[in-house]
Design a protein around this ligand. Sequence first.
Ligand SMILES: NC(=O)c1ccc[n+]([C@@H]2O[C@H](COP(=O)([O-])OP(=O)(O)OC[C@H]3O[C@@H](n4cnc5c(N)ncnc54)[C@H](OP(=O)(O)O)[C@@H]3O)[C@@H](O)[C@H]2O)c1
Length: 263
Amino acid sequence: MSTPVQKLFDLSGQTALVTGGSRGLGLQIAEALGEAGAKIFLTSRKAADLEEAAAHLQARGIDARWVAADMSQPAEVERVASEALQRLGDIDILVNNAGATWGAPAEDYPLEAWDKVMNLNIRSIFLMSQQVGKRSMIPRKRGRIINIASIAGLSGSGDVEFIAYGTSKGAVVNFTRTLAGEWGEHGITVNALAPGFFPSKMTKGTIERFGADRMAQAAPLRRIGDDDDLKGAALLFASAAGKHITGQILAVDGGVSAVHHGG
Ligand SMILES: NC(=O)c1ccc[n+]([C@@H]2O[C@H](COP(=O)([O-])OP(=O)(O)OC[C@H]3O[C@@H](n4cnc5c(N)ncnc54)[C@H](OP(=O)(O)O)[C@@H]3O)[C@@H](O)[C@H]2O)c1
C-alpha cells in the first residue's frame, strides 16, 4: 500500500529544533517545517530577534518557541538541547544551520577568527547532533538531521578570502556522510543542503560589493536564492518523503555548482 504524497510531506505532531533560526535561511527552513505541521524550537544568540522570529511564525499559525544561546560554547549546546527536550518532549528533526564567516587573506588569517568560524560552523554541529542523537533520536530509533553546508564546501571559491569558512563547510559535507553511515542503523537520516547565494545578513556585504545582478549571472538559472527556495528541499529531507535518502548533499544554487570549473 502506498501513502498519499500529501501525507508523506506532512509533519503534523512532529518537533523541530532549528539553530540560527532567528533570521535568514534558518527562519525560512523553520517556516517550511512549521507550515508542514511541525512544532518549532528556535535558537540563536539575540533574544529580541528570536522573539520577533517566533512572532512571525506564530502569525502564520505555527507553534514556535525559542531559547537564546551561543552555539560556539559546548555548555550552551547542551543547555539548548535540554531546554528543547523539556519544552518539546522529543526532537524529531534537527536543523544545524547556525553559521558565520570571516574574511581575511589566508596568509594573515587570525587564529581567533579561524577558531570562531570552526567552533560554530562544524564543532557545534557535531556537539548538537551528539546531544540530540543520544538523548532523543537513537533511543527512539528515528530522526532527521539536516546540516546547512554551502556550495563553498563543494569546491574552492576563487579569491573570496574566507579560508576557515570554506574549510568548515567542506567538513560539514563529509561530517554529513560519515554520520549518515554510522546512524543509519538507528533509523536516523543525515543530509545536507548546500545553498548557493541567498541574500541575508551574512551576505549583505558581498551583495553591496558585487551587486545581486552579477551574482545572478554566475548561475545557469540567472537568479540568486529567494525566501522560498530552500523550503521544498528542507521538507523533503525532514519528512517521510525522504525516508530512503541519507548521506546526501543537495545543492540549492540555481545550478552554479553544476557548471563551476573552479574559476
Ligand atoms: N546566505 C547565503 O548565501 C548562504 C549560502 C550558503 C550557506 N549559508 C549558510 O546558511 C546558514 C545561515 O546563514 P544566513 O545566510 O541565514 O546568515 P545570517 O542571516 O547571518 O543568520 C545566521 C544565524 O545564525 C545565528 N548565529 C550566528 N552566530 C551564532 C552563534 N555563535 N550561536 C548561535 N547562533 C548564531 C544568527 O543569530 P545571532 O547572530 O543572533 O546569533 C542567525 O540566526 C549558515 O550556516 C551559512 O553558512 C548561507
